[in-house]
Design a protein around this ligand. Structure first.
Ligand SMILES: NC(=O)c1ccc[n+]([C@@H]2O[C@H](COP(=O)([O-])OP(=O)(O)OC[C@H]3O[C@@H](n4cnc5c(N)ncnc54)[C@H](OP(=O)(O)O)[C@@H]3O)[C@@H](O)[C@H]2O)c1
Length: 298
């Protein structure tokens, strides 16, 4: 798996192994135990590794996943999100392996979500354009592939970058946090995304799937849910319009991903935001052996 040190990659490795598969993972800047260092923009290294391992599946959560970073450095975004993955898709195909690419809700413009797999994409920024370019290039290079579009992934994350950890850090520090009320999406519990990825591969599914949580909600409502679940002071959360946040890249506002296609194969696998945040809280408690978060009374 390419990108085994990121939020999605760590979950994928754990789901693959839990299902009895062997998983070799690569990392770029953040070493993982037993991982292989790899820069996905180095096509020769990607080819050599793929030939050496002869995998059945090549999963590629490796990406420049920061939307604003992509906007500031479109060349890097293109190399990491398009050129590298397309070379990896070709290398996988040479070994008769299936290729899995992680794409995003950001291929849509957010004018009238939630979106189905067949709705016309229209990305607003560099990140979404790179994701769409890779989506379109993969079928030309790989006979057997999955494009899994997801969004607002939260859950266990060794680098603690995802939105849940951002909210927890602010509320635990007693700091106010401005959260957009007008960004609507489908929060996705990371371990479910990982499990669904593995099951889709095991079932031999191919093509494009939306793998996202089953409920659409705005960011402020989601932040409140996080605060309330962890019993923190949600009055520190301030609902604001996206336009006031000064973000570099434009965001699709009325987004969200329809998941009926996934549901037909894996009914009930994806957790709602309240189920997912509760599962994360439980997981953190088991991990640390203590209650997570100042202000909790359990
Ligand atoms: N998180 C979300 O909410 C979300 C939403 C929609 C789609 N997605 C997609 O899901 C995938 C996984 O996202 P994520 O949240 O796991 O992102 P992440 O936590 O930022 O992880 C990105 C991974 O890519 C690796 N990487 C970065 N540059 C690389 C390079 N030049 N060569 C090789 N590997 C490189 C990183 O390695 P190091 O950490 O070792 O540097 C890390 O393993 C991405 O394709 C992303 O676009 C994510």
């Amino acid at each position: 798996m390419l990108g085994g040190s990121g939020q999605v990659g760590v979950g994928l490795a754990s789901s693959l192994r839990a299902a009895g598969h062997e998983a070799v993972v690569t990392y770029y800047r953040t070493p993982v135990p037993g991982g292989v260092p790899l820069d996905i923009t180095d096509g020769r290294a990607v080819g050599e590794l793929t030939r050496a391992l002869r995998p059945d599946w090549v999963l590629c959560p490796a990406a420049l996943a920061s939307v604003d970073h992509c906007e500031r450095d479109p060349d890097l975004a293109w190399r990491v999100n398009v050129v590298g993955p397309l070379a990896a898709a070709a290398a996988a195909n040479d070994q008769k392996a299936s290729f899995v690419y992680y794409s995003s809700e950001y291929v849509f413009d957010g004018s009238e979500g939630p979106y189905g797999e067949g709705d016309p994409p229209n990305p607003l920024g560099v990140y979404g354009r790179t994701k769409l370019a890779a989506e379109r290039g993969i079928p030309e290079r790989a006979e057997s592939y999955l494009v899994l579009r997801t969004t607002v992934v939260y859950g266990p994350d060794p680098q603690e970058k995802n939105f849940v950890f951002q909210v927890l850090r602010a509320l635990r520090a007693g700091r106010r946090m401005r959260v957009p009320l007008d960004q609507v999406s489908s929060p996705t519990y990371g371990p479910d995304l990982a499990r669904a990825s593995v099951r889709l591969l095991e079932l031999g599914c191919r093509g494009t799937y939306h793998v996202a949580g089953p409920e659409v909600c705005d960011r402020y409502t989601f932040a409140r849910l996080i605060g309330e679940t962890f019993r923190l002071d949600v009055s520190l959360l301030e609902a604001v319009p996206t336009a006031t946040l000064g973000q570099t890249a434009r965001r699709p506002l009325q987004g969200g991903l329809k998941t009926e296609k996934l549901e037909a194969f894996l009914p009930g696998l994806m957790r709602t935001p309240s189920q997912g945040v509760a599962a994360l809280k439980q997981g953190l408690r088991l991990e640390t052996g203590r209650t997570a978060g100042k202000g909790e009374d359990e």
